[in-house]
Design a protein around this ligand. Structure first.
Ligand code: ADP
Length: 273
């Protein structure tokens, strides 16, 4: 009486009959569960020692007076590497949470997307810093979304931060939020960056898949961002479309179900009582 997992498939069989083919994938499912638990446990165990290490390195850096010397250079490097490890561990933990738990309907709330996207745009401008990307918002302010705020914040930030990371300084990032002709809420992040060759596109959301590992590293990437995005999107029954042209730029589009859209009057329309 244990639970078994079956993969079922219908195939035509002769003129007017079909064959139902079942494959027992219980072992595969169990293995997947073991792998997910393992990754979650390892990440969890690594978290504390990494935090302690980063803390000590910071103290050493602060007390090093000769900021031109070899010791300072080495400590700075060690500190950067420990921060990188911490980011990877945090992303792995988030990813395993997204993979293993089903989203509870009670986590879904009405989200003022204009306000969320303004925050994302502001943070992206900070990330851009001296590189001075132009970040533009084209947002339908009355279009709200029923979703999981924390997860959407993380996923949509990831897409916009990638746009900044993979666009040379001075380029333009456009964030759009609108309702399409089918009534579906759509988020878009468009950049004028390095672009993506078509053959890479289907694999981009795999964990640790990076087109240029060196570039991703120097931009502070963990290779897990789009895997996180994919899972958040799945949990919202949304879909991700990526279109891109090498050396021209990319568009990452997320289309949500029409049933998750909500109309709110924007404050400017209700003001003046
Ligand atoms: P990373 O931490 O490396 O950015 P992601 O999972 O977020 O990892 O993205 C995976 C890879 O997809 C990146 O390393 C990069 O090669 C490519 N990529 C993601 N977004 C863009 C973009 N806007 N323009 C060009 N390439 C991108």
């Amino acid at each position: 009486d244990e639970h078994r997992a079956l993969n079922l498939r219908m195939e035509p069989y002769g003129e007017d009959r079909s064959l139902l083919i079942g494959r027992d994938v219980t072992a595969l499912y169990r293995l997947q569960g073991v792998r997910q638990d393992f990754v979650a446990n390892v990440s969890h165990e690594l978290r504390t020692p990494l935090t302690v290490l980063a803390g000590y390195l910071e103290t050493l850096l602060d007390s090093e007076e000769d900021t031109q010397g070899e010791m300072f250079r080495i400590l700075t490097n060690m500190h950067q590497q420990s921060e990188r490890m911490r980011r990877i561990v945090e992303d792995l933990l988030l990813l395993s949470r997204l993979e293993t738990s089903r989203p509870d309907e009670e986590y879904f709330e009405s989200i003022d997307m204009r306000s969320l996207l303004e925050t994302v745009a502001h943070d992206a401008q900070l990330l851009s810093g001296a590189e001075q990307h132009q970040i533009q918002l084209e947002v339908d302010p009355g279009l709200w979304l029923i979703g999981i705020l924390r997860e959407l914040h993380s996923a949509l930030s990831n897409l916009v931060f990638n746009a900044v990371k993979y666009t040379p300084g001075g380029g333009t990032i456009t964030i759009r939020w609108y309702q399409n002709e089918k009534g579906q809420p759509v988020f878009e992040s468009q950049d004028t960056g390095i672009g993506i060759e078509p053959r890479h596109i289907p694999r981009l959301t795999e964990r640790f898949y990076r087109i240029d590992v060196a570039r991703s590293r120097t931009r502070g990437g963990t290779g897990l961002g789009l895997a996180i995005v994919k899972h958040v999107i799945l949990r919202h029954d949304a879909k991700l479309d990526i279109t891109s042209q090498l050396n021209q730029g990319s568009v990452f589009r997320v289309t949500f179900p029409a049933s998750r859209a909500e109309r709110h009057n924007s404050p400017s329309l209700t003001a003046g009582m």
